[in-house]
Design a protein around this ligand. Structure first.
Ligand SMILES: *Cc1c(COP(=O)(O)O)cnc(C)c1O
Length: 392
């Protein structure tokens, strides 16, 4: 299948990140959050690699993602659905021992019903509403919920009690998060007093895992950090400070970027002084120029907001996108490369080449997209490959 670009996952970087978590967080269980097509890395490629790194718990948003993880995961791997599912999905989940969040009575009733039908227990994580106002039971609903769980013991396995923080990556949310913590402890107490305990408690995404050691409980749900990114720059600074690492130009993140995104030059062209490049008048050639056409455009995840401002790497040079980003291609100014560029030369959008690197953050800053958004918008149909330097 001819493809205009490739995404390459660096297995050694993944291993580095998981080794770091084990050292930093200790023995605690970690669920690898692989929603959003594993943050753009590609579920089918990413999950088996993560298993090789010792990961055996994956969290997804919806059942479609759960099916995809289930198709590639080994035996003994746990799948947990945190969001959307319909009734058939719940039947499938119960049957396959896929765990799922229960955040309202409607879903709990379906879970009980399907468990009766299937003849197996539904394995559920009760989500507490602690002030994010997305999903979760209110504290006032807990007494009735406790009764229901007790009455349906043979259908419901109370696997987890959980919550999600409303923006743990920003210190500006501090007061809100603190209130969430206080409220969550009331949920924990309510269950404890009623003599019905979840097998595990989990509350932390990446940012909260770093910021709130007191909220780690039995499991962390780590998304963005496993791919080698901090949830926000301030969180990395906070980590460094807490570790007593002096911040200077040489400081290296303990996390390594897993993803690389590259393509090849499709064609090269001379532009005479006075010409306009691409659609309209947005780029004027003030001098004679050499440009390279690269067959990746906004249809392939290269944002249109990078028009006249994006950077790519070719032959170790950091070069500018000129003109507007087209649906299927961009034009790059290669005039400064003295020995020329030819069709087939490698182009890097995210990753290293020679001495240079384009990180997702610098890419994202130019588009003003978050790491999260930029990664998850990388189309599914770009092939995902693996680079395994540890094996050679
Ligand atoms: C996305 C998500 C996570 C992971 O968040 P990161 O910031 O990527 O670590 C954890 N828990 C829930 C409920 C989520 O939706």
């Amino acid at each position: 299948m001819p493809s205009s670009s490739r995404i390459i996952l660096d297995k050694a970087a993944m291993q580095n990140n998981w080794d770091f978590f084990r050292e930093y967080f200790g023995d605690i269980q970690i669920s690898a959050v692989v929603k959003g097509n594993a943050y753009g890395h590609g579920i089918e490629t990413y999950v088996p690699l993560a298993e090789d790194c010792g990961v055996n718990h994956f969290a997804v948003f919806n059942s479609e993602e759960a099916y995809r993880v289930h198709d590639v995961a080994g035996p003994g791997t746990t799948i947990m659905v945190m969001g959307s599912m319909n009734e058939q999905d719940i039947a499938w989940a119960v049957n396959n021992e896929v765990e799922f969040f229960v955040f309202d009575n409607a879903r709990l009733d379906v879970a009980i019903e399907e468990a009766k039908q299937v003849g197996k227990k539904a394995i559920v994580h009760i989500e507490a509403e602690t002030g994010m106002y997305r999903t979760g039971f209110d504290l006032e609903e807990i007494p009735a919920l406790i009764e229901k769980l007790k009455d349906n013991k043979e259908y419901i396995r109370f696997r987890g009690l959980c919550m999600h923080f409303a923006g743990a990556e920003h210190i500006s949310n501090y007061v809100r998060l603190k209130q969430q913590k206080i409220l969550f402890r009331k949920f924990v107490r309510a269950f404890r007093m009623a003599g019905i305990e979840p097998e595990q408690i989990h509350t932390c995404c990446s940012a909260a895992s770093v910021r709130f050691p007191d909220m780690r409980y039995d499991m962390l749900r780590i998304g963005i950090m496993q791919y080698g990114f901090w949830p926000s720059p301030e969180l990395m600074v906070e980590y460094m400070n807490a570790q007593g690492i002096e911040l200077n130009g040489d400081v290296k993140s303990p996390l390594k970027r897993v993803i690389r995104w590259e393509s090849n030059v499709m064609s090269v062209k001379h532009v005479p002084q006075g010409g306009f490049i691409g659609y309209g008048y947005s780029f004027f050639a003030g001098q004679d120029m050499q440009v390279a056409i690269v067959p990746v455009g906004y249809a392939h995840g290269f944002s249109r907001s990078l028009s006249n401002s994006g950077r790519v790497l070719i032959k170790g040079h950091r070069l500018s996108v000129v003109g507007v980003v087209n649906m299927n291609c961009v034009v790059v100014d290669v005039t400064e490369i003295e020995d020329g560029v030819k069709a087939g030369d490698e182009v890097v959008f995210i990753g290293e080449q020679g001495e240079r690197e384009i990180s997702v953050a610098s890419f994202g800053e130019m588009t003003s997209q978050l790491n999260y958004e930029l990664l998850t918008r990388l189309p599914m149909n770009i092939p995902r490959l693996i680079s395994d330097t540890s094996a050679t």
